[in-house]
Design a binder for this molecule. Sequence first.
Ligand code: AN0
Ligand code: CP
Length: 365
Amino acid sequence: MKSFLNVEDLGNLKEALREAAEIKADRFKYDTLGKNKTLLMVFFNNSLRTRLSTQKAAMNLGMNVIVLDVNAGAWKLETERGVVMDGDKSEHLLEAIPVMGSYCDVIGIRSFAGLTDREYDYAETVYHQFLRYSGKPVFAMETATVHPLQAFADLITINEQTPSNSPLKGARGKGQGAREDQLSEQSSCSLPPAPCPSIKKEVWRGSVPKVVLTWAPHPRSLPQAVPNSFAQWMLAADVDFVITHPEGYELDPKFTQGARIEYDQRKAFEGADFIYAKNWSCPGVTRPEDYGKILHDYHQMMHWTVDAEHMSWTNNAHFMHCLPVRRGMIVTDDVIEAPSSLVIPEAANREISATVVLKHILQSL
Ligand code: AN0
Ligand code: CP
């Protein structure tokens, strides 16, 4: 694998989920695969989970790791071609990339959407420059439009909560029979108030779990990368997938083709087994002129915050969020701290998703 942006890049999803389970059972199983190989992680934006989990994944595989925070110690980089560099940017990305590539074997990039130029963001311009000019395999650690390491970890987490012979186990197109079953093998933990999963007694109402992606309010303009990838990966797995958001926040159909959109949040939540909350700014699909904007003052949108009443509309759903999350905006304290909240296991599974992805890349070097 020379590039990791989309779910198809990983190949067979059922096999990837099997590999994730294998790595989770023994995360050092391939600890010599990365010997004398160097991962360079390049961060243009902040991160807690991605930097820690991806470095840990690389160490699981025996790799060496270099981390570059571009905005904390490196020269300020120009990303556009054809500009006269008379401002505060001392170096051009087009020299910096091949230089970076000369010190490593694999490159991970975090480069969020600028949210001003939709065409530039949705072309994944920065990512493709790294791919083209580094000469090395590149993977996304949240780029302008996608966050596949997160979506893969989310799918692993949902899969872990799924009855053993549910169709989700096979992912889309594999045609396993559907069966409602009691969940088993869930570990319980007892360290409140940190959120942790409890034994789930409920079964799916349908033959596959109902997974709902819900928009929730936020005071800042956020990218669409997380919901884009979540939609793409859920649609590649066999789940009943519904997206709910206020009008104007329609995600790019490139990522959501085939998903049901339900503007009534309560209707969307009914019967849900998983509630995945996330804020995103206007994707500019139905309102191109509003790309990257917050469409309504968040004070008027607080009825979208996921609270206990929202969760009462569901089928005892698990709450999910990629983190970092703003309590009181996206979700209330009681919901995120409830035993059914999966936010910590999701974050922990970032180490697993990154280990599988780096393993694929190392195997193709
Ligand atoms: C980022 C986003 O919404 O894309 C990163 C999430 C993993 N979140 C914030 O900037 C708060
Ligand atoms: N979920 C996630 O990617 O978190 P960070 O932004 O902290 O890496």
